[in-house]
Design a protein around this ligand. Structure first.
Ligand code: ZN
Length: 397
């Protein structure tokens, strides 16, 4: 068991205060969007002064164990993060494994440089994601049932605006295609922004912040569309935002974003764990490369309820049941008695509150809030004790 030194990503949408507060350090004025606890080759954590991806590559059997090594190959299958958003991030979707394999092979064959801005498939893996809220957390996730979206569009007086006028008869995919990929779709963004702003201005309660997505769905959707339009002026993603489920997570609630789910994080701090991949297809709210046909090729256009994952209780905390094999997230809370975790394979723990002690058969490490800890397979079961909250990312055998 070793303390990880974790790189911080300074994306412009990041909160300047949330991650420093978990780390117990003073903000430095810069946005701190994500703290990465893992072995991603572009920004690996350091253990014992060495990049974790190198440590794993040197002895993958000791780091990962035979089961994970056989199933996923000689690299950490997941990446864990603290994510702190002060502003909305890009609207995006991730491919499934078959699509990623195909897309990666095609771009390799075509000789598209791996770091080219228009490169879409940087690897051959899927990228399911689970985000668990540490604070109230707002997100867009999956397409809302069409009858609910029609109510919203009527309230905003946008139901007859092209391309929304096709929603009831043709479904979401052609509407998304037109919003993002045509001139008239992009022109609609101005009308949509005006309509959202007008609805917000007519409701004095919205000055205090976003209305509840559950009790005031129309006001909440308009509030976020207005906020998105002010943050990304002219971006046609504002139109897509009106088609997506708006999710208000309470601390401890998760949202599981599987292949094809169209999503955007809006605001809040959480723990995120994902399969090890860089395959992101963007649909707006970003200066990065947007490929509308490819986004349409991977997106799941089936409307439905948002993919919220409530915490499942355990003796000393919770876990979030997710179906993809690449990761599993578990939380341990304030343990007067040592809590032992028996799961084999590679484990990455992040302390988000208080301070705890990690013990393996050979070693004991004190880890205050903000610490991340690497527990290789070879360390066997480990124990957590102390007064704190720890998230542990691992692979279920
Ligand atoms: Zn994503």
């Amino acid at each position: 068991v070793e303390i990880m030194q974790c790189p911080i990503q300074h994306n412009s949408w990041g909160s300047t205060t949330a991650i420093p507060s978990i780390l117990g350090v003073a903000p430095d004025g810069r946005p701190q969007a994500e703290l990465w606890a893992g072995a991603h080759p572009s920004a690996p954590s350091l253990v014992g002064g060495r990049p974790l991806d190198e440590v794993i590559a040197e002895d993958p059997l000791a780091a990962l164990g035979p089961d994970v090594l056989e199933r996923f190959g000689p690299a950490l299958p997941f990446l864990a993060k603290i994510l702190a958003a002060a502003e909305p991030l890009s609207i995006q979707a991730h491919p499934d494994k078959a699509h990623a394999e195909q897309g990666f092979a095609a771009e390799e064959a075509a000789g598209v440089p791996i770091d080219a801005p228009h490169r879409r498939y940087k690897d051959a893996n899927h990228k399911p994601e689970l985000l668990v809220a540490l604070t109230p957390f707002h997100a867009l996730a999956g397409f809302r049932p069409i009858d609910e979206t029609m109510v919203l569009l009527e309230e905003l007086d946008l139901a007859t605006l092209h391309p929304f006028d096709r929603l009831a008869t043709e479904g979401v995919a052609p509407v998304v295609a037109a919003l993002l990929g045509t001139d008239e779709g992009r022109e609609a963004a101005a009308r949509i922004a005006e309509a959202a702003a007008a609805l917000v201005a007519a409701d004095p309660d919205t000055a205090a912040g976003p209305p509840s997505a559950v009790t005031e769905p129309v006001q909440a959707a308009a509030w976020w569309a207005d906020h998105i339009a002010r943050t990304y002026p002219g971006d046609p993603g504002v139109g897509v935002s009106l088609l997506l489920n708006l999710v208000d997570l309470e601390p401890g609630e998760g949202v599981n974003l599987r292949a094809g789910n169209v999503h955007a994080y809006l605001e809040g701090t959480g723990i995120e764990v994902m399969a090890s991949s860089d395959n992101v297809l963007r649909g707006g709210l970003t200066p990065k490369y947007i490929d509308v046909p490819e986004l349409l090729a991977v997106l799941d256009a089936t409307p439905g309820e948002p993919p919220i994952v409530p915490a499942a209780p355990t003796d000393n905390g919770s876990f979030w049941p997710t179906p993809d094999p690449d990761f599993h997230l578990h939380m341990v809370r304030s343990t007067a008695l040592p809590h032992e975790l028996h799961v084999a394979g590679p484990r990455v723990a992040i302390v988000v509150e208080g301070a705890v002690t990690f013990t393996t058969s050979g070693r004991e490490i004190d880890a205050p809030s903000g610490s991340a800890v690497w527990v290789p397979h070879a360390d066997g079961p480990f124990r957590v004790r102390g007064d704190g909250v720890v998230f542990v990312a691992m692979v279920i055998p």
